[in-house]
Structure formats: structure tokens, C-alpha cells
Design a protein around this ligand. Sequence first.
Ligand SMILES: [Mn+2]
Length: 441
Amino acid sequence: MNHFKKRLSKTALIAVLAITVAVTALMSDAYGQDKSLTAGGGFDPSVFKQRRQHLLDSLKEGTAILYSRGEETDMGYRSDGDFWYLTGLDEPGAILMLSSTAEWKEILFLPPRDIEAEKWTGWRPDITDSLAEAWGFDKIARTGYYFDYYLTNNIRESPILHLISALASPNDPIPPDMELYDKITDRVPGVSIKNSSRYLENMRVIKSPDEVEAVRLAIDITHHGLSELFAAMKPGVTEFYLDGVLEASFKRQGARFAAFDNIIAAGTNAAVLHYQRLSDTLRDGELLLIDVGAECQHYVADISRTIPINGTFTAEQAHLYDLVYEAQQAAIAAVKPGVSFNDLDDAAKAVIRKAGYTNYVQHSVSHQLGVEVHDRNNNQPLEAGMIITIEPGIYLYEKGIGIRIEDDLLVTKTGCEILSSSIPGSRSEIEAWLASMRMED
Ligand SMILES: [Mn+2]
């Protein structure tokens, strides 16, 4: 009995020790001292540091402030494109201060910790040297007093404030950086605000090989998701069922987020450009328009396909599909450095106009793609390294037909590479794809 008791207490002691070690490990993780510090979505922190340095070199003097203007999602906070592009961080309330004339050229500000709130929403990191190192910053400080202190110091050195975020339209809310700059010019004489928005635009439109790879991954995941969706598609299933199939496929493949809310539109719904109700049922003989994209390492795909729900296009659907496809091929053939977005529109519309369907075109055919599905644009002619979409469409509401075909392209020195070329696009390819899916049934 005595012997047993002794053994028990020894076991208990080991158990307590093990629990203590485990809890300590958890705590240090929870408080951001440890491996939970990963940032950058697969990119090394040095990538973001180089981007900040490049921007600092362009700004030359003065200070730029950038607020994280992301959103809370079901799966945590997501930074906006600009903030993520320069920091690789998804931290609510974070602010970036850049100044090439200051002692600290780049400071990341994080809001104060709130232990009570964190019990509900999750732990936030302490500011430590290991955090600064892991995130690639020389200095991390708290918002509030220190933000005001460093900003006032910077203005003393160089009285210029740079707007680096995207330009707001007259009826947009006043962006937080402009609100701050206005407060400063109200209080300190001689401070000027400079529109330096184009620097970040010019950087973001040209993609590095690593960024192209991330988009390729997002396209691969989207391709596979579309295959799974088409395998589950048949008359009688609902749009939201297919939405679930696609979302599950993206997540199974490691894409936690979709680039935007999936557009899965049967019949007439396809003529509603941003149809997102997903409430309809698929009917035999109609078309299904799908405009979707997975997000991978913060980079996105944007792919549209229009397919016959029963596997075969009717003669009228086939005629219209071939027309849109021809328009898409014409626009793709026009892609090369120096060409404008208007030129791409014209190339696609010339085909549609010739066939007599000019009045059924509702949108332009191209936009920049990258961290955001409509990535920041500098409104300049195409340059090698840009990733763009080509997506002509025609919409005949009264006939219950909407057709859009969208692919993602990398602009090269001589033309383009279709990054999504492995996803079937022509009518015969689409019908073969659907037939192969039916054979697997
Ligand atoms: Mn698009």
C-alpha cells in the first residue's frame, strides 16, 4: 500500500510538471514570445523590408503614415492590400510610420493590449525584441503617446507629409491618413501634404517572381475547386450547395480565404454582374456562370467560366459563347507592354460589335490582379510584370443568358503568359471537361 502511494505521488508529480511545462509553453506562445510570431503569409519579412526601403528611397524626405484598414472576417483580421504589401501583417489597429529623414526610418505602431478583450478575441503579442526581429522592424511601439511623439519629431526634421494610400473619391469617407494630416496642418504651421500615392501604385502593379508564383498557386487551387464544383453540378442542385462545395474545396487545399464572395449564377441570374444571393436552383438547359478565386499567401485568382448545366450548349448558347471566347482571344492577343486598358476593351468590343451585340456589353474587360482582386492600378499602359485579367462578357437578360469568360495573365516583354491556361476555356474544351466529369459518376 505504502509502495503504491509512493508511486502514485511520483506519477502525480510528473503529471503536474508536464502540465506546468505545457501551460508555460502555451502561455509564452499566447503572449507572442515564441513561434506564433510568424507573419508574411509565406513571404520572408525581408521581402516587406525591401518594399518599405524602396518606397522610402522614392519619398526621399518627410513622413508617410499608413493605417491598417482591413476587416474582421470569420477567420480573423485581414489587412488591406497596401498595409499587407508593406508589412506582411494582419494586425488590427496597426499603423506604419515611414520617414527617410528620421532617426527611426520605419516604425510599426500597435494598439495597447487589452487583457479583458483578448480573453474574448484572442491574445495579441507583447512588444519585444524577438517580435521586432520576427516581423523585420527596427522599432515597434504602441499607438497613442509614442505615435504623437515620433510624428512630431519627424515633422520637426522635415515638414512634409506624404499621402501614399489610394486616392479617395469626392464622396468617399475621409481616409484616416488625410484626417490625421489635416489635424497636423491645423496645429503646426508650414507643414505640407504631398500626393505621393503613385509610388506604391507603381510598386504594386509590377509583380516579383515570388508574387507570380503565389498567384499561380491561387489559380491552381481555383482550378481544382472548379473541377469539384462541376462534378457536383446537375439540374436540381442549388447555387448555395455549389458554393459550399467550392468553399470546402478551397479550404481542403489550404486556402483559408476566397478572394471575394463567390458568384455562382444560374440562368438569368448570370446577367446580374455581382449576383451573390446564391438562392436559386439549377435548371436543365440553362447556363451557369461562375466567377470565383481562391486566395493563397495573400495573393488571389479571379476566374470566370460559363457552362451548360446539362453538359451541352444549345445552338444559341454555343453561338454566344463562341463570340465571347473570340472576343477574349482578341483581347489576349493585344496584351503586350505599351498597350492601354482601353486598347484591350476596344480589341474585345470590336469582335462583339461586329456580331451585332454591342448593347449587351456591360463592363470593361481587364483589371490589375494581385494582393487584391481589383489590385491597385496606376492607370498607365501595360508593363512586363503586371498581372491582369481578361474578362469579356455579354448579358442578354430577356433571354436568361449571361456569359463571361475570365483568365489571369502575366504581361511579359513580348506579350503575355496566360497563367490560367490549364483551365479549359474554349467551348469544345468545356464540353469535354464536363463529359469527363460525368464519366467519373
Ligand atoms: Mn475580374
